[in-house]
Write a protein that binds this ligand. Sequence first.
Ligand code: 5GP
Ligand code: MN
Length: 365
Amino acid sequence: MDKIEAILCIYTYFCYICEINLGFMEISTAKIEALRELIATPRSIVILSHTNPDGDAVGSSLAWAEILRKQGHEVTCILPNRYPYYLEFMPNISSVVIFKQDDKGAAKEALKRADIIFCLDFHLLSRLDQLGDLIDENQHAKRVLIDHHLDASEDFDLMLSYPKASSTCYLVALLVERLFGIEHISCEMAENLFVGMMTDTGNFAFSSVTPDVFRVVSLLAETGISIPDIHNHVYNSFTEGRARLFGYVINRKMKIFHGGTVAHMSLTEDEMRRFWFQQGDSEGFVNYPLTIKKMKMSAMFTEHTDFIRVSLRSRGDIDVNLFAQRYFNGGGHKNAAGGKSFMTMDETIKHYEKCVKEYAAEGLL
Ligand code: 5GP
Ligand code: MN
């Protein structure tokens, strides 16, 4: 057993004791030290994040990659598929390998020689789709999870899993602070971290936001980032097609039922073509029904070649993580979750309406 393995074994026991006592958001010293030991000497590192990457997935990967590169590591960031076009402004995003477009095999090559694989902003290897199969070809790399989703799988050597954290970017900022000191957060890193912190908290409005989130935001702001510019890039850089598609979906496709408390919307491939759809264009649509006063839960069904993507949002105590796990083979967070359906669109919608009834009958809605 080498030194790193010994530390990883001891840390499991330590973390168990420390975290129960320290509670929310306190990353145990044992975990920090295990991570410090793991990256103490230059290594070959791969950073992975989830399919349909969002601001938090991309921002946390890029920021973590930057700090590791500065420590002398060789780092490759890999995403299963392409990020939305409105994230293109993010510093160093062009360095990311997109597995679906990777003709030269750069992802396979980097994964083969990796000593450490960091998995950021997802909790199950199934969230990597086909990219997940490549990981298993490398049995020697240490796997480290840095994430904030509920019910993480146990497939990792070191788990930094904090479901109460509002974003993975927030977690990465805390890690950089503890491992290296906050002065190591560059302006580029701060910009990437801010994107994920902002998008995963609905502009710092969700219940996951704590006073410490604002402390970290203030540290990021001090690096000189322009918050209005970042906001404009993320929220005001869409295409005309996206604006028209949004109007169409809300006007024509939003169905409200269950006494005005539950909504669903759907988009077929044909409808997407009609509005010059680009990947990411329907992100956020699912939140809109929740702007209606009585609304408790909202769903969006988006047609893909082999399946229908299911996005769920809820308010307060309504648990869509459980709903997604039970009925759509998915998961996520209490108020934002997702999954997949392999039925037709009509069947998926009928299934959803039936599940809503069942959920309500159990007093869960
Ligand atoms: P979104 O609706 O934005 O795609 O996803 C909302 C949340 O649910 C995200 O935190 C995401 O990671 C999670 N999620 C989305 N799709 C799936 C899925 O197929 N499986 C699981 N386990 N989680 C998902
Ligand atoms: Mn996230």
